[in-house]
Write a protein that binds this ligand. Sequence first.
Ligand SMILES: NC(=O)c1ccc[n+]([C@@H]2O[C@H](COP(=O)([O-])OP(=O)(O)OC[C@H]3O[C@@H](n4cnc5c(N)ncnc54)[C@H](OP(=O)(O)O)[C@@H]3O)[C@@H](O)[C@H]2O)c1
Length: 242
Amino acid sequence: MDINNSVALVTGANRGLGRAFAQRLLERGARKVYATARRPESVDLPGVEVLPLDITDPASVRAAAEAAPDVSLLVNNAGIQTGTDLVTGSPAAVRQELETNVFGHLQMIREFAPTLARNGGGAIVNILSAMSWFGGRGAGAYHLTKAAAWAMTNGVRLELAEQGTLVTAVHLGLADTDMAAGWPVDKIAPSDLADAALDGVEAGSAEVLADQWSRDVKSRLPLTPEEFNTAMDHALAALTTT
Ligand SMILES: NC(=O)c1ccc[n+]([C@@H]2O[C@H](COP(=O)([O-])OP(=O)(O)OC[C@H]3O[C@@H](n4cnc5c(N)ncnc54)[C@H](OP(=O)(O)O)[C@@H]3O)[C@@H](O)[C@H]2O)c1
């Protein structure tokens, strides 16, 4: 699929990766970019069409789908990280992460799939994480949501193949946004992440591993759980001491 002349819709486009996606889509020649946000007044990019959208509110998702019938590229980006442990953390926070990172993304896909079919198939970009494959203290809920979102992405890819919709999973370690502000380490620039994802869409890729961290984590999946956890402990220690 060509980004040039596409009509894209980006969730969480007011800041972070979503804002970078909207900007790079415009710069790469998208015909129209719907920049959606819970607070539409917080979108500050010239040249976009702003729509209100809370992905956890089915009525809001339905309204966005009705307002944007020409979409050919859906960028499912909006997400939260509440820093919640699974056993001792707030159950409400665990559920809110699932509502946003899994059910919110799935609701977007369910509402926009007919639109994409009508517009020739198109593509969906699901922003996942290297944390689809590992967790840790303070990130159990987030790992749960990204693992579930990875499985969801794999499932919808199969279900949407016959309507010709490309479903691209994008995994990354850390990007330089508010979400990763507490990690004073090297991070991918949001515009570079957006470009890697959009290059993947243009290449027809089912998966984009956008940085070395995500490639390294995925390469460890054949290890036993014990070996995997030891390798991750070493990698995390090296990350925070360099
Ligand atoms: N940054 C990283 O290191 C990193 C690493 C791996 C994966 N990711 C993933 O990348 C995606 C973007 O993250 P980011 O780093 O850009 O985070 P961010 O800077 O915290 O921005 C999150 C965005 O999601 C929006 N959002 C949250 N809940 C929403 C909802 N219910 N409906 C609509 N929008 C909602 C936020 O809107 P408000 O402004 O209204 O809060 C904001 O625009 C997420 O899916 C995240 O899990 C990020």
